[in-house]
Design a protein around this ligand. Structure first.
Ligand code: C2E
Ligand code: CA
Ligand code: CA
Length: 403
Protein backbone atom coordinates (compact mmCIF):
# COMPACT_ATOMS: atom_id res chain seq x y z
CA UNK A 1 0.00 0.00 0.00
CA UNK A 2 1.32 3.46 -0.92
CA UNK A 3 0.05 6.58 0.80
CA UNK A 4 0.77 9.69 -1.26
CA UNK A 5 0.20 13.31 -0.31
CA UNK A 6 0.80 16.22 -2.66
CA UNK A 7 3.05 18.59 -0.71
CA UNK A 8 2.10 22.19 -0.05
CA UNK A 9 -0.86 22.01 -2.39
CA UNK A 10 -2.60 24.84 -0.51
CA UNK A 11 0.46 27.16 -0.72
CA UNK A 12 1.12 26.45 -4.34
CA UNK A 13 -2.41 26.97 -5.48
CA UNK A 14 -2.92 29.66 -2.76
CA UNK A 15 -4.00 32.76 -4.61
CA UNK A 16 -5.35 30.70 -7.52
CA UNK A 17 -8.12 29.05 -5.50
CA UNK A 18 -9.79 25.69 -5.22
CA UNK A 19 -10.35 25.21 -8.92
CA UNK A 20 -6.60 25.18 -9.57
CA UNK A 21 -6.05 22.77 -6.70
CA UNK A 22 -8.71 20.44 -8.12
CA UNK A 23 -7.10 20.51 -11.54
CA UNK A 24 -3.69 19.70 -10.04
CA UNK A 25 -5.25 16.79 -8.13
CA UNK A 26 -6.91 15.54 -11.29
CA UNK A 27 -3.69 15.81 -13.31
CA UNK A 28 -1.76 14.10 -10.49
CA UNK A 29 -4.35 11.29 -10.47
CA UNK A 30 -3.83 10.77 -14.20
CA UNK A 31 -0.07 10.55 -13.74
CA UNK A 32 -0.51 8.12 -10.87
CA UNK A 33 -2.78 5.85 -12.88
CA UNK A 34 -0.23 6.00 -15.71
CA UNK A 35 2.68 4.88 -13.57
CA UNK A 36 1.22 2.08 -11.48
CA UNK A 37 0.33 -1.26 -13.04
CA UNK A 38 -3.06 -1.74 -14.66
CA UNK A 39 -4.25 -4.03 -11.87
CA UNK A 40 -3.28 -1.69 -8.99
CA UNK A 41 -6.05 0.35 -7.40
CA UNK A 42 -5.67 4.14 -7.02
CA UNK A 43 -8.04 6.07 -4.75
CA UNK A 44 -8.28 9.71 -3.67
CA UNK A 45 -8.93 10.23 0.04
CA UNK A 46 -9.41 14.00 -0.41
CA UNK A 47 -7.20 17.10 -0.38
CA UNK A 48 -4.50 15.64 -2.64
CA UNK A 49 -4.05 12.50 -0.52
CA UNK A 50 -4.00 9.33 -2.62
CA UNK A 51 -3.65 5.68 -1.74
CA UNK A 52 -2.49 2.93 -4.07
CA UNK A 53 -3.31 -0.67 -3.26
CA UNK A 54 -0.95 -3.05 -5.04
CA UNK A 55 -2.87 -6.01 -6.47
CA UNK A 56 -1.64 -8.66 -6.05
CA UNK A 57 0.32 -7.62 -2.99
CA UNK A 58 3.88 -6.94 -4.03
CA UNK A 59 7.31 -7.27 -2.47
CA UNK A 60 9.05 -4.41 -0.67
CA UNK A 61 11.19 -3.91 -3.78
CA UNK A 62 8.15 -3.58 -6.00
CA UNK A 63 6.52 -1.11 -3.60
CA UNK A 64 9.77 0.89 -3.45
CA UNK A 65 10.13 0.89 -7.21
CA UNK A 66 6.55 2.14 -7.65
CA UNK A 67 7.02 4.73 -4.88
CA UNK A 68 10.12 5.99 -6.66
CA UNK A 69 8.22 6.32 -9.92
CA UNK A 70 5.42 8.14 -8.14
CA UNK A 71 7.86 10.63 -6.57
CA UNK A 72 9.46 11.14 -9.95
CA UNK A 73 6.31 11.73 -11.99
CA UNK A 74 4.78 14.05 -9.39
CA UNK A 75 7.93 16.14 -9.23
CA UNK A 76 7.56 17.13 -12.89
CA UNK A 77 5.78 20.50 -13.17
CA UNK A 78 2.05 20.68 -13.91
CA UNK A 79 0.80 23.14 -16.47
CA UNK A 80 -2.57 24.50 -15.37
CA UNK A 81 -4.16 27.45 -17.19
CA UNK A 82 -0.81 28.27 -18.89
CA UNK A 83 0.97 28.33 -15.50
CA UNK A 84 3.69 25.87 -14.57
CA UNK A 85 3.22 24.66 -11.00
CA UNK A 86 5.88 22.63 -9.20
CA UNK A 87 4.28 20.10 -6.84
CA UNK A 88 6.16 17.32 -5.10
CA UNK A 89 4.79 14.46 -3.05
CA UNK A 90 5.47 12.62 0.19
CA UNK A 91 5.05 8.88 -0.10
CA UNK A 92 4.76 6.30 2.66
CA UNK A 93 4.75 2.54 2.23
CA UNK A 94 2.79 0.08 4.34
CA UNK A 95 3.49 -3.64 4.04
CA UNK A 96 1.44 -6.60 5.19
CA UNK A 97 3.30 -8.32 7.99
CA UNK A 98 4.12 -12.03 7.61
CA UNK A 99 1.98 -12.89 10.63
CA UNK A 100 -1.18 -11.34 9.28
CA UNK A 101 -2.62 -7.95 10.23
CA UNK A 102 -5.61 -5.93 9.20
CA UNK A 103 -6.09 -3.67 6.18
CA UNK A 104 -6.61 -0.77 8.59
CA UNK A 105 -3.18 -1.44 10.16
CA UNK A 106 -1.47 -1.35 6.76
CA UNK A 107 -3.24 1.88 5.80
CA UNK A 108 -2.30 3.45 9.15
CA UNK A 109 1.33 2.36 8.68
CA UNK A 110 1.48 3.81 5.15
CA UNK A 111 -0.14 7.08 6.26
CA UNK A 112 2.21 7.40 9.24
CA UNK A 113 5.27 6.87 7.01
CA UNK A 114 3.92 9.41 4.54
CA UNK A 115 3.59 12.01 7.32
CA UNK A 116 7.15 11.29 8.47
CA UNK A 117 8.53 12.02 4.98
CA UNK A 118 8.59 15.58 6.23
CA UNK A 119 10.74 17.37 3.67
CA UNK A 120 8.72 18.08 0.56
CA UNK A 121 9.90 15.95 -2.33
CA UNK A 122 11.94 13.89 0.10
CA UNK A 123 11.07 10.58 -1.56
CA UNK A 124 9.33 7.63 0.04
CA UNK A 125 9.45 6.11 3.51
CA UNK A 126 9.15 2.60 4.89
CA UNK A 127 8.58 1.99 8.55
CA UNK A 128 11.78 0.03 8.72
CA UNK A 129 14.93 2.14 8.46
CA UNK A 130 17.08 -0.83 7.37
CA UNK A 131 14.74 -1.63 4.53
CA UNK A 132 14.78 1.98 3.38
CA UNK A 133 18.58 1.98 3.40
CA UNK A 134 18.83 -1.23 1.42
CA UNK A 135 16.58 0.22 -1.24
CA UNK A 136 18.25 3.59 -1.68
CA UNK A 137 19.96 2.26 -4.80
CA UNK A 138 16.62 2.46 -6.55
CA UNK A 139 16.85 6.22 -6.21
CA UNK A 140 18.69 6.13 -9.53
CA UNK A 141 15.19 6.55 -10.87
CA UNK A 142 15.13 10.12 -9.72
CA UNK A 143 17.77 10.80 -12.36
CA UNK A 144 16.07 11.97 -15.47
CA UNK A 145 16.16 9.47 -18.37
CA UNK A 146 15.94 12.49 -20.68
CA UNK A 147 19.32 13.70 -19.48
CA UNK A 148 20.70 10.17 -19.70
CA UNK A 149 19.73 10.09 -23.39
CA UNK A 150 21.43 13.44 -24.01
CA UNK A 151 24.54 12.18 -22.22
CA UNK A 152 24.54 9.02 -24.33
CA UNK A 153 24.19 6.73 -21.31
CA UNK A 154 21.76 4.24 -22.86
CA UNK A 155 22.95 1.17 -24.71
CA UNK A 156 21.24 -1.62 -26.59
CA UNK A 157 22.20 -5.22 -25.91
CA UNK A 158 21.05 -8.11 -28.07
CA UNK A 159 19.71 -11.49 -27.03
CA UNK A 160 19.78 -14.27 -29.63
CA UNK A 161 16.65 -16.13 -30.58
CA UNK A 162 17.51 -19.67 -31.62
CA UNK A 163 15.62 -22.09 -33.81
CA UNK A 164 14.96 -25.63 -32.62
CA UNK A 165 16.03 -28.36 -32.77
CA UNK A 166 19.51 -27.34 -33.93
CA UNK A 167 20.08 -24.11 -31.99
CA UNK A 168 20.63 -21.86 -35.01
CA UNK A 169 20.71 -18.16 -34.13
CA UNK A 170 17.95 -16.71 -36.28
CA UNK A 171 17.42 -13.23 -34.88
CA UNK A 172 18.34 -10.76 -32.15
CA UNK A 173 16.09 -8.97 -29.66
CA UNK A 174 17.27 -5.47 -28.75
CA UNK A 175 17.01 -4.81 -24.99
CA UNK A 176 17.81 -1.41 -23.56
CA UNK A 177 20.44 -1.03 -20.84
CA UNK A 178 21.13 1.97 -18.60
CA UNK A 179 24.52 1.58 -16.95
CA UNK A 180 24.12 4.55 -14.62
CA UNK A 181 27.45 6.20 -13.73
CA UNK A 182 26.55 6.31 -10.00
CA UNK A 183 23.84 3.74 -9.41
CA UNK A 184 24.98 0.86 -11.60
CA UNK A 185 22.63 -0.88 -14.00
CA UNK A 186 19.08 0.42 -13.75
CA UNK A 187 16.69 -2.22 -15.14
CA UNK A 188 14.32 -1.25 -17.97
CA UNK A 189 11.38 -2.28 -15.81
CA UNK A 190 12.30 0.67 -13.55
CA UNK A 191 12.64 3.46 -16.12
CA UNK A 192 10.49 2.42 -19.13
CA UNK A 193 7.24 2.94 -17.14
CA UNK A 194 8.51 6.38 -16.04
CA UNK A 195 9.31 7.24 -19.66
CA UNK A 196 5.82 6.05 -20.63
CA UNK A 197 4.07 8.12 -18.00
CA UNK A 198 5.94 11.31 -18.89
CA UNK A 199 5.66 10.89 -22.67
CA UNK A 200 9.46 10.66 -23.03
CA UNK A 201 8.98 7.14 -24.43
CA UNK A 202 8.36 8.66 -27.88
CA UNK A 203 11.84 10.14 -27.97
CA UNK A 204 13.51 7.19 -26.29
CA UNK A 205 11.59 4.70 -28.46
CA UNK A 206 12.63 6.52 -31.64
CA UNK A 207 16.26 6.34 -30.50
CA UNK A 208 15.94 2.59 -29.74
CA UNK A 209 14.37 1.90 -33.14
CA UNK A 210 16.99 3.89 -35.02
CA UNK A 211 19.87 2.30 -33.10
CA UNK A 212 18.57 -1.28 -33.56
CA UNK A 213 17.81 -0.85 -37.28
CA UNK A 214 21.15 0.73 -37.96
CA UNK A 215 22.91 -2.07 -36.02
CA UNK A 216 21.15 -4.73 -38.11
CA UNK A 217 21.99 -2.84 -41.32
CA UNK A 218 25.64 -2.58 -40.22
CA UNK A 219 25.78 -6.31 -39.49
CA UNK A 220 24.39 -6.98 -42.93
CA UNK A 221 26.99 -4.72 -44.57
CA UNK A 222 29.96 -5.88 -42.49
CA UNK A 223 29.27 -9.55 -41.98
CA UNK A 224 27.12 -10.15 -45.03
CA UNK A 225 24.37 -11.54 -42.83
CA UNK A 226 20.84 -10.27 -42.83
CA UNK A 227 20.09 -11.03 -39.19
CA UNK A 228 16.60 -9.78 -38.29
CA UNK A 229 16.26 -7.64 -35.20
CA UNK A 230 13.27 -7.32 -32.87
CA UNK A 231 12.47 -4.14 -31.02
CA UNK A 232 10.13 -3.76 -28.04
CA UNK A 233 7.49 -1.10 -28.55
CA UNK A 234 5.41 0.38 -25.78
CA UNK A 235 1.67 0.97 -26.02
CA UNK A 236 2.13 4.74 -25.84
CA UNK A 237 4.32 4.62 -28.96
CA UNK A 238 1.83 2.51 -30.91
CA UNK A 239 -1.05 4.79 -29.97
CA UNK A 240 0.75 7.74 -31.56
CA UNK A 241 -0.72 8.18 -35.06
CA UNK A 242 2.73 9.04 -36.47
CA UNK A 243 4.36 5.79 -35.33
CA UNK A 244 4.02 3.71 -38.54
CA UNK A 245 5.49 6.63 -40.50
CA UNK A 246 8.38 6.84 -38.01
CA UNK A 247 9.07 3.15 -38.65
CA UNK A 248 9.00 3.69 -42.42
CA UNK A 249 11.39 6.65 -42.25
CA UNK A 250 13.75 4.83 -39.90
CA UNK A 251 13.97 1.87 -42.27
CA UNK A 252 14.57 4.20 -45.19
CA UNK A 253 17.27 6.12 -43.34
CA UNK A 254 19.11 3.07 -42.03
CA UNK A 255 18.68 1.01 -45.21
CA UNK A 256 17.34 -2.03 -43.32
CA UNK A 257 14.95 -4.23 -45.32
CA UNK A 258 11.49 -4.14 -43.67
CA UNK A 259 11.30 -7.93 -43.31
CA UNK A 260 14.44 -7.81 -41.13
CA UNK A 261 12.58 -5.85 -38.46
CA UNK A 262 10.08 -7.27 -36.01
CA UNK A 263 8.20 -5.12 -33.52
CA UNK A 264 7.19 -6.70 -30.20
CA UNK A 265 4.16 -5.52 -28.33
CA UNK A 266 2.98 -6.97 -25.07
CA UNK A 267 -0.25 -8.77 -24.56
CA UNK A 268 -1.43 -6.12 -22.08
CA UNK A 269 -0.84 -3.33 -24.64
CA UNK A 270 -2.89 -5.19 -27.19
CA UNK A 271 -5.78 -5.84 -24.83
CA UNK A 272 -5.75 -2.30 -23.48
CA UNK A 273 -6.76 -0.59 -26.74
CA UNK A 274 -7.33 -3.38 -29.24
CA UNK A 275 -8.88 -1.25 -31.99
CA UNK A 276 -6.15 1.44 -32.11
CA UNK A 277 -3.35 -1.04 -31.74
CA UNK A 278 -4.75 -3.32 -34.45
CA UNK A 279 -4.90 -0.45 -36.90
CA UNK A 280 -1.31 0.57 -36.12
CA UNK A 281 -0.14 -3.04 -36.47
CA UNK A 282 -1.87 -3.34 -39.83
CA UNK A 283 -0.10 -0.23 -41.11
CA UNK A 284 3.22 -1.53 -39.82
CA UNK A 285 2.74 -4.91 -41.45
CA UNK A 286 1.78 -3.19 -44.68
CA UNK A 287 5.34 -1.85 -44.72
CA UNK A 288 6.57 -5.45 -44.65
CA UNK A 289 7.64 -5.31 -41.01
CA UNK A 290 6.85 -8.35 -38.83
CA UNK A 291 4.80 -8.11 -35.64
CA UNK A 292 5.07 -10.15 -32.51
CA UNK A 293 2.96 -10.61 -29.37
CA UNK A 294 5.24 -10.58 -26.32
CA UNK A 295 4.70 -12.01 -22.82
CA UNK A 296 1.82 -14.16 -24.02
CA UNK A 297 0.01 -15.74 -21.10
CA UNK A 298 0.72 -13.06 -18.51
CA UNK A 299 -2.27 -10.83 -19.15
CA UNK A 300 -5.89 -11.22 -19.91
CA UNK A 301 -5.78 -12.26 -23.50
CA UNK A 302 -7.19 -15.50 -24.58
CA UNK A 303 -6.28 -17.83 -27.38
CA UNK A 304 -9.73 -17.23 -28.77
CA UNK A 305 -8.84 -13.63 -29.66
CA UNK A 306 -5.49 -14.27 -31.29
CA UNK A 307 -6.86 -14.61 -34.80
CA UNK A 308 -8.24 -11.07 -34.70
CA UNK A 309 -4.85 -9.42 -34.55
CA UNK A 310 -2.35 -8.89 -37.37
CA UNK A 311 0.55 -10.88 -35.91
CA UNK A 312 3.41 -13.02 -37.21
CA UNK A 313 4.97 -14.33 -34.01
CA UNK A 314 3.76 -15.43 -30.59
CA UNK A 315 6.24 -15.18 -27.73
CA UNK A 316 5.13 -17.37 -24.87
CA UNK A 317 6.07 -16.06 -21.44
CA UNK A 318 8.50 -18.02 -19.34
CA UNK A 319 5.90 -18.78 -16.68
CA UNK A 320 4.72 -21.61 -18.95
CA UNK A 321 7.98 -23.47 -18.53
CA UNK A 322 8.49 -22.41 -14.96
CA UNK A 323 9.67 -25.17 -12.66
CA UNK A 324 6.69 -24.41 -10.46
CA UNK A 325 4.59 -26.30 -12.97
CA UNK A 326 5.13 -30.03 -13.33
CA UNK A 327 6.83 -30.96 -16.64
CA UNK A 328 3.70 -32.88 -17.69
CA UNK A 329 1.42 -29.93 -17.03
CA UNK A 330 3.81 -27.47 -18.73
CA UNK A 331 3.91 -29.84 -21.66
CA UNK A 332 0.13 -30.09 -22.04
CA UNK A 333 -0.36 -26.34 -21.74
CA UNK A 334 2.42 -25.54 -24.14
CA UNK A 335 1.26 -28.08 -26.70
CA UNK A 336 -2.24 -26.58 -26.83
CA UNK A 337 -0.90 -23.06 -27.32
CA UNK A 338 1.68 -24.13 -29.90
CA UNK A 339 -0.90 -26.09 -31.91
CA UNK A 340 -3.38 -23.25 -31.98
CA UNK A 341 -0.72 -20.67 -32.80
CA UNK A 342 0.52 -22.85 -35.66
CA UNK A 343 -3.02 -23.29 -36.92
CA UNK A 344 -3.23 -19.49 -37.06
CA UNK A 345 0.05 -19.36 -39.00
CA UNK A 346 2.09 -17.89 -36.14
CA UNK A 347 5.72 -18.64 -35.40
CA UNK A 348 6.10 -19.73 -31.77
CA UNK A 349 8.96 -18.55 -29.57
CA UNK A 350 9.27 -19.62 -25.93
CA UNK A 351 11.00 -17.13 -23.65
CA UNK A 352 13.06 -17.61 -20.52
CA UNK A 353 14.55 -21.02 -21.28
CA UNK A 354 17.14 -21.48 -18.53
CA UNK A 355 17.67 -25.22 -18.23
CA UNK A 356 18.14 -28.18 -20.61
CA UNK A 357 14.95 -29.67 -19.14
CA UNK A 358 12.95 -26.59 -20.16
CA UNK A 359 14.54 -26.66 -23.59
CA UNK A 360 13.48 -30.30 -23.87
CA UNK A 361 9.87 -29.41 -23.07
CA UNK A 362 9.82 -26.62 -25.67
CA UNK A 363 11.28 -28.88 -28.34
CA UNK A 364 9.01 -31.81 -27.50
CA UNK A 365 5.92 -29.61 -27.67
CA UNK A 366 6.76 -28.17 -31.08
CA UNK A 367 8.04 -24.66 -30.22
CA UNK A 368 9.83 -23.19 -33.25
CA UNK A 369 12.33 -21.03 -31.40
CA UNK A 370 13.54 -20.32 -27.90
CA UNK A 371 15.20 -17.48 -26.10
CA UNK A 372 16.80 -17.55 -22.68
CA UNK A 373 19.82 -17.65 -20.43
CA UNK A 374 20.48 -21.32 -21.33
CA UNK A 375 21.73 -20.22 -24.73
CA UNK A 376 22.74 -16.62 -23.92
CA UNK A 377 21.58 -13.49 -22.09
CA UNK A 378 21.49 -10.19 -23.97
CA UNK A 379 25.06 -9.16 -24.80
CA UNK A 380 26.67 -6.01 -26.21
CA UNK A 381 26.67 -5.78 -30.03
CA UNK A 382 30.41 -6.53 -30.37
CA UNK A 383 30.03 -9.75 -28.41
CA UNK A 384 26.91 -10.71 -30.35
CA UNK A 385 28.82 -10.30 -33.58
CA UNK A 386 31.80 -12.36 -32.39
CA UNK A 387 29.73 -15.19 -30.95
CA UNK A 388 26.80 -15.50 -33.29
CA UNK A 389 27.59 -13.96 -36.66
CA UNK A 390 30.49 -16.24 -37.56
CA UNK A 391 30.50 -17.26 -41.25
CA UNK A 392 28.99 -20.68 -40.54
CA UNK A 393 25.95 -19.07 -38.95
CA UNK A 394 25.28 -16.75 -41.89
CA UNK A 395 24.19 -19.36 -44.35
CA UNK A 396 21.73 -20.77 -41.87
CA UNK A 397 20.20 -17.38 -41.11
CA UNK A 398 19.69 -16.67 -44.79
CA UNK A 399 18.05 -20.06 -45.13
CA UNK A 400 15.70 -19.49 -42.19
CA UNK A 401 14.50 -16.10 -43.45
CA UNK A 402 14.29 -16.31 -47.22
CA UNK A 403 13.76 -13.08 -49.12
P1 C2E B 1 10.86 -8.61 -22.49
O1 C2E B 1 10.65 -7.92 -23.78
O2 C2E B 1 9.96 -9.77 -22.18
O3 C2E B 1 12.38 -9.05 -22.48
C1 C2E B 1 12.84 -10.24 -21.94
C2 C2E B 1 13.40 -10.00 -20.57
O4 C2E B 1 13.71 -11.26 -19.97
C3 C2E B 1 14.73 -9.23 -20.60
O5 C2E B 1 14.82 -8.52 -19.37
C4 C2E B 1 15.75 -10.37 -20.61
O6 C2E B 1 17.03 -9.98 -20.16
C5 C2E B 1 15.09 -11.34 -19.68
N1 C2E B 1 15.48 -12.72 -19.96
C6 C2E B 1 15.92 -13.26 -21.10
N2 C2E B 1 16.17 -14.57 -20.97
C7 C2E B 1 15.85 -14.89 -19.69
C8 C2E B 1 15.88 -16.12 -18.93
O7 C2E B 1 16.25 -17.18 -19.40
N3 C2E B 1 15.46 -16.05 -17.64
C9 C2E B 1 15.05 -14.90 -17.07
N4 C2E B 1 14.68 -14.94 -15.79
N5 C2E B 1 15.00 -13.72 -17.75
C10 C2E B 1 15.40 -13.73 -19.05
P2 C2E B 1 15.17 -6.98 -19.38
O8 C2E B 1 16.21 -6.68 -20.38
O9 C2E B 1 15.37 -6.61 -17.95
O10 C2E B 1 13.85 -6.32 -19.93
C11 C2E B 1 12.67 -6.34 -19.19
C12 C2E B 1 11.54 -5.76 -19.98
O11 C2E B 1 11.75 -4.36 -20.20
C13 C2E B 1 11.41 -6.36 -21.36
O12 C2E B 1 10.74 -7.59 -21.26
C14 C2E B 1 10.61 -5.29 -22.07
O13 C2E B 1 9.25 -5.38 -21.73
C15 C2E B 1 11.18 -4.03 -21.45
N6 C2E B 1 12.19 -3.50 -22.36
C16 C2E B 1 13.50 -3.86 -22.50
N7 C2E B 1 14.08 -3.15 -23.49
C17 C2E B 1 13.11 -2.35 -23.99
C18 C2E B 1 13.08 -1.38 -25.04
O14 C2E B 1 14.06 -1.16 -25.76
N8 C2E B 1 11.88 -0.73 -25.26
C19 C2E B 1 10.77 -1.00 -24.51
N9 C2E B 1 9.63 -0.34 -24.78
N10 C2E B 1 10.77 -1.91 -23.53
C20 C2E B 1 11.92 -2.57 -23.28
CA1 CA C 1 10.33 -8.53 -25.75
CA1 CA D 1 8.70 -11.21 -22.97
Amino acid sequence: MLSIKLDRLGDICGGRGKETADRVIQAAAERLVGCVRAQDCVSHAGGGHFRVLLCPLGTAELAASLADKVCHVLRLPFTIAHQRLAVSASVGIGLWSQDGGTAEAVIAQADACMRRATNPGDGYRFDDAGLTASLTRLNGLTDDPRIALERGEFELHYQPRVALPDDRVVSAEALIRWPHPLHGNIPPSAFIPVAESTGFIHELGAWILERACSQAATWQAQCGTAIPVSVNVSGRQLEHPGFPELVRRTLERTGLAPNRLELEITESTLMHRPADVTEALERIRFLGVRTSLDDFGTGYSSLAYLHRFPLDTLKIDRTFINDVLSPEYSGVLLRSIVDLAHALGLLVVVEGVETPKQRGIVEAQGGDEMQGFLFSPAVPPGEFERRFLAPAALERVAHAYPG
